[in-house]
Ligand binder design. Structure first.
Ligand code: SAH
Length: 251
């Protein structure tokens, strides 16, 4: 059996209880060494086989899973944040299915949630934005043309940009080709929830310069949108004049 587990954004106590139990019971752990906090590996049994997937190909990862399965051992494939976002999990799951190896998935706290906590923000503010666009700049991995950052930025919604801290000049230009202005608030969040977490707020027009000033060029998210500034409407849900299935409107 292979368990895909989300490790959370960095702080070791942000893995789920289920994920921690699976790690404790695993015979083999294949972890995404570039971003998974190594402190989490302290949960593993001393006899557990540890593999850093940052140094492995997909074929090597699958070979480890296969031989563990043949020996009736349990494998945890530990991905950073939540496995469903930029985790390259689908190709592993499809290969396991082909080989008849059973697997399941334990979600994790994604770094975009860690980043919201770091800026003490709410992505979906009434009267500001009710949509969060999660995307990335094209790098070695292509992005479909209709999903270019400039096209998505046309919505002016809240945006969270992954995997793009190394190209902040291009990102800033692309975002400014959408509905945002040079004055739209932005934030760079480096290593959210890790002890070395850094947050830098700036107007979008100064994003690249701010990245340079703070030495941030990797392991960071770019947050953009008016949710980072002052104005918003109060929620209907908690408005005294609003009835819900749980509460009558107050007179
Ligand atoms: N599955 C992960 C994302 C993996 S892609 C998740 O759900 O978070 C790797 C990218 O995620 C990094 O380049 C960076 O953009 C972002 N990232 C991962 N952990 C981060 C953290 N703690 N703080 C800020 N960005 C992070």
């Amino acid at each position: 059996m292979v368990h895909f587990v989300g490790a959370g954004p960095g702080a070791p106590d942000l893995i789920t209880l289920r994920g921690a139990e699976l790690l404790k019971a695993a015979d083999v752990v294949i972890y995404a060494g570039s971003l998974v906090n190594p402190v989490l590996l302290g949960l593993c049994q001393s006899a557990c086989g540890l593999y850093n997937s940052a140094e492995m190909t997909l074929e090597e990862v699958l070979a480890v899973m296969e031989s563990a399965e043949e020996a009736s051992r349990t494998t945890v494939r530990l991905h950073t944040g939540d496995p469903s976002l930029y985790g390259a999990v689908r190709e592993q799951m499809d290969a396991l299915e082909e080989r008849g190896i059973p697997f399941d998935i334990t979600p994790g706290v994604s770094s975009f949630c860690g980043a919201a906590a770091a800026v003490r923000g709410e992505y979906t503010l009434p009267g500001v934005s009710q949509t969060v666009i999660i995307t990335r700049m094209e790098g070695r991995t292509p992005v479909p043309e209709r999903e270019s950052v400039a096209a998505l930025a046309a919505h002016g919604s809240t945006m969270v940009v992954f995997l793009s801290a190394g190209m902040l000049d291009r990102l800033q230009d692309a975002l400014l080709r959408g509905a945002y202005t040079a004055g739209t608030p932005a934030a760079l969040v480096y290593k959210a929830t890790w002890p070395e977490e850094k947050v830098a707020f700036c107007p979008l027009g100064e994003l690249a310069e701010t990245g340079r000033a703070h030495g941030i060029s990797k392991t960071a998210l770019v947050l953009v949108g008016d949710f980072l500034s002052g104005g918003y409407e109060r929620s209907r849900l908690y408005d005294p004049g609003f009835s819900t299935g749980f509460r009558e409107a107050r007179p």
